[in-house]
Design a protein around this ligand. Structure first.
Ligand code: GTP
Ligand code: MG
Length: 195
């Protein structure tokens, strides 16, 4: 998709704040600091529309971005951020669970995983939870620029096997730094959002 228009719609905490547009929606899920917001920016070629940070925990609300008036991205706060209190973790869980189980326009989830490392316990648990709830997941294995090209297959296998990806879920190698995987990701998003 050629993105000509992108804008933030709202930073939401409560379902009543979710945008009322009936646009097909793709949510970004992943650990804190894995690169969810950077992935959105790369996809829409905006430097900092989705705010990013080298400090984990930057995104604390569900941020909705409207793209070309045909698609919505929902940028979720990261999970597995060790420094937050138990209460905030519980709050995150409630906010995410409400969103993922109630959002009618949700067409699929891009679960962003760091290509460099085996998936964490949280990555695995959350992937399993998506599957149990019948949600479509697309894995974006990001920060590919940090792994030598020759090592990509080994790392992709590590992610695939670590998560136990079901055969119908696709995986895309991605880098927000280089733009690697952008076209492929757009075509997978197209597949998920087809009526
Ligand atoms: P939270 O909002 O805290 O959950 O983080 P996030 O998942 O949105 O991560 P964010 O996009 O803010 O990126 C975190 C850090 O990783 C930033 O310093 C980014 O510049 C860096 N980063 C993200 N993607 C890539 C990538 O593909 N390659 C490299 N080298 N760095 C990346
Ligand atoms: Mg973020």
């Amino acid at each position: 998709m050629k993105v000509t228009q992108s804008e933030i719609v709202i930073s939401a905490v409560q379902p009543r704040q979710y945008p009322a547009d009936a646009l097909p929606e793709i949510a970004l899920a992943g650990r804190s600091n894995v690169g969810k917001s950077s992935l959105i920016n790369r996809m829409i070629h905006r430097k900092n529309l989705a705010r990013t940070s080298s400090k984990p925990g930057k995104t604390q609300t569900i941020n909705f971005y409207r793209i070309n008036n045909v698609l919505m991205f929902a940028d979720m706060p990261g999970y597995g951020f060790a420094k937050v209190s138990k209460a905030i973790r519980a709050e995150w869980g409630r906010m995410a669970e409400t969103y993922f189980t109630k959002r009618e326009t949700l067409k699929g989830i891009i679960q962003v995983i760091d290509l460099r490392h085996p998936p964490s316990k949280d990555d695995i648990a959350i992937y399993q939870w998506f599957k149990e709830h019948g949600l479509e997941v697309l894995i974006a294995a990001t920060k590919a620029d940090k792994v030598k090209r020759g090592q990509w297959p080994k790392h992709l296998k590590q992610v695939k096997e670590g998560l136990g990806i079901v055969p119908t879920d696709r995986m895309v190698l991605f880098s927000s730094q280089t733009g690697q995987g952008k076209d492929e990701l757009w075509s997978e998003i197209g597949r998920l959002t087809q009526p």
